[in-house]
Design a binder for this molecule. Structure first.
Ligand code: PXL
Length: 280
């Protein structure tokens, strides 16, 4: 069984970060090891959230794993708290990485042209150091614009997407993937750039007309899992994008759907089915 380490916060309530990554990766048949960077009462879009930083625990925990000879096929990082934490996480990646380890970075820090409430522009720039050591990094357009300094646009051409991907590659990411990319009326999806093969690749599906919090974490978790399983890059995009779109569509049907996250728990059986079909 493949084994992944995921490093991000636990927002106890709110369906994001570890409470999304752990169930999704486990249901994909991947042993999922967690390194919580902080414990928050809720995610940061709630007012008055509490936050206990666990930065000082990261080294003792990972030192113990080293002593035990624990290794990982992949390391997947999500929302982190501070600039120092980014440096600590880069150290952990260097400590556990070998030539076969897949390093997947989701530089989760903003959406819709804005950073999440806890972050500054300086923090956003610091995330480029983490993307520089990534095999794959999957920012949305907001995050990519803070990482690269290129302008954030809501309407754009394919050339803009390629320019953004080229700038992300210049930071050092081997395969940058830009998410939330629309390449046609009513479409959404993602485009990636494989720097070793010098090839762009993309997948688009029909846009479900709703935006929910936490969908970036769902997309990234499934995308990271699909790369770990080794389904191929375009198929990985398809699995993650279709699962996310299907989950949003199902959530829309629930008249009591919560504003803070999507009903991904209800669609896990379909994800499992999709992967079963691929393996057959
Ligand atoms: O979904 C990304 C995320 C993860 N963790 C925390 C957040 C957010 C987004 O707001 O606040 C704590």
């Amino acid at each position: 069984m493949k084994k992944i380490l995921t490093i991000q916060d636990i927002s106890c309530f709110g369906k994001c970060s570890l409470t999304v990554a752990l169930p999704l990766l486990s249901s994909m048949g991947i042993e999922t090891v967690v390194l919580p960077t902080a414990v928050l009462s809720t995610h940061t879009l709630f007012k008055g959230f509490t936050c206990k930083d666990l930065s000082d625990q990261l080294k003792p925990i990972t030192d113990h794993w080293k002593q035990e000879g624990i290794t990982f096929d992949a390391i997947y990082t999500g929302y982190l708290g501070t600039e120092e934490e980014i440096d600590t996480v880069i150290g952990i990646i260097e400590n556990f990485r070998n030539e076969n380890t897949l390093v997947f970075v989701d530089p989760a820090m903003g959406d819709n042209g804005k950073l999440y409430p806890a972050f500054s522009e300086h923090y956003a720039k610091k995330n480029a150091d983490l993307c520089a050591v990534a095999d794959i990094a999957d920012p949305n357009i907001t995050e990519a614009s803070f990482l690269t300094g290129l302008p954030y646009k809501e309407t754009y051409s394919e050339d803009y997407v390629k320019e953004m991907l080229t700038a992300l590659a210049a930071i050092g990411t081997k395969i940058p993937i830009l998410t939330g990319v629309s390449l046609g009326e009513g479409k959404t999806g993602a485009m990636g750039y494989d720097t070793e093969k010098n090839e762009f690749f993309h997948y688009q599906n029909d846009k479900v007309p709703a935006a929910y919090h936490g969908t970036g974490d769902i997309f990234s978790s499934v995308l990271a899992g699909a790369f770990v399983i080794g389904v191929g890059r375009t198929k990985a995009l398809k699995i993650a994008a279709d699962y996310t779109a299907h989950t949003i569509a199902e959530t829309l049907k629930n008249p009591e759907n919560p504003w803070y996250g999507v009903d991904f728990e209800a669609t896990i059986p379909e994800l499992v089915e999709t992967l079963k079909r691929i393996k057959e």
